[in-house]
Design a protein around this ligand. Structure first.
Ligand code: SF4
Ligand code: SF4
Length: 344
């Protein structure tokens, strides 16, 4: 049976302070006017409970922008693997970002397994937080079925009038509830309030795309020769921002960095982007995706077409980050709708 507990709003700050004594807590914090970022907190007052998707998704804790994976000594012919991780609780993960983490889990636990990612993931506790309202016009979480929780967390908070109702999803979540003795058992009134809230949400969160979830793949399968890609290619400045902020983009490059002794050094893994000109270059200087239009097409296909074949799910969570960040004002919802319109 599902287990729900309740935390009174007046106890929230106490909860965060106690959690931060157990291990490092990161949570959404306001940065400037309309921007938010996950960063370390020690008190509840620092946290923005009502936030639009953070500049970078929580993937930065699972797959750091730069990570040392090996140290080497050339003359001794020594190679030492490095595994960097930290025990961490991420508080306040929205449902779209929970879906993003689920996508990354599928990729990195698939063969060949990525040990660094898997160990790091196992050290991270995830506490989700429900959006009771829309973030902004760029979100398409309802079309992607990610506006309500679909697992991928240890605890999940939903804000009610005077309290938070918390779904306990794992043993780790249960341990936190027991250790921080501020929670009480949810009663029928709390459960009814949650049910009413979800019913209200189903009226607020409506399909944002002009195409049904189940038809999206078909739209993309038939769009290889669409003129929409040419239009995007003409606008895109190939900055790579869209892929950097995307919770499901995971491409990386491997670089060897020599120390000044020209003998020892480190092998590092860094984020890469399919929007970079060099990304698809091979020996001899040939590039498989020289045109920006092709690179844009590839990015979208990696969200709405190819992953469905490999992982049986879309790799777009509907978070809207790519649209928010694009300096060429390329809008994901407009792109998908234009492709759907062409198919009619
Ligand atoms: S493609 Fe855009 S909207 Fe979809 S998950 Fe990536 S950043 Fe979010
Ligand atoms: S953020 Fe916009 S301009 Fe930059 S690579 Fe992505 S689509 Fe192109």
């Amino acid at each position: 049976m599902e287990k729900y507990v309740v935390l009174k709003k007046k106890d929230f700050n106490d909860f965060v302070a106690k959690l931060a004594l157990i291990q490092t807590v990161v949570a959404p914090v306001k940065k400037g006017q309309k921007s938010f970022a996950f960063q370390e907190v020690t008190t509840g007052q620092e946290i923005s409970l009502h936030y639009i998707p953070t500049i970078l998704p929580p993937k930065k804790y699972f797959m750091p922008q730069q990570e040392t994976i090996m140290k080497f000594n050339k003359s001794k012919f020594e190679w030492t693997p490095v595994l960097e991780y930290k025990e961490l609780t991420i508080f306040g993960v929205h449902t779209c970002d929970l879906a993003g983490i689920q996508c990354l889990n599928m990729v990195f636990t698939n063969k060949p397994k990525d040990i660094n990612y898997i160990v790091r993931k196992d050290k991270i506790t995830i506490i989700g937080f429900e959006c009771n309202d829309y973030c902004d016009e760029f979100a398409s979480c309802a079309s992607m079925d990610n506006h309500i929780p679909n697992g991928g967390y240890d605890l999940f908070f939903t804000e009610l009038k005077d309290s938070f109702i918390v779904h306990v999803n794992t043993q780790l979540g249960e341990k936190i509830v027991e250790e921080i003795s501020l929670f009480t058992k949810a009663n029928d009134e709390h459960l009814k309030e949650l049910e009413n809230l979800r019913a209200a949400k189903s009226k607020i969160f409506k399909n944002e795309l002009n195409v049904k979830h189940s038809d999206l793949k078909g739209v993309f399968e038939q769009s290889f020769n669409s003129k929409v890609w040419k239009d995007l290619g003409a606008k895109c400045v190939a900055c790579g921002n869209c892929t950097n902020v995307c919770p499901t983009c995971y491409c990386f490059d491997i670089k060897d960095e020599m120390n000044l002794d020209f003998n020892t050094g480190s092998r590092v893994r860094v984020w890469d982007s399919c929007q970079n000109e060099d990304f698809a270059k091979v020996a001899g200087g040939e590039s498989f995706r020289e045109e920006r239009a092709n690179r844009q097409k590839h990015r979208y296909m990696r969200k709405f077409n190819y992953p469905v074949d490999k992982f049986s799910r879309y790799f777009c969570t509907g978070c809207g980050r790519c649209t928010r960040t694009c300096m060429a004002q390329i809008k994901l919802k407009e792109t998908v709708n234009a492709l759907a319109e062409e198919k009619k």
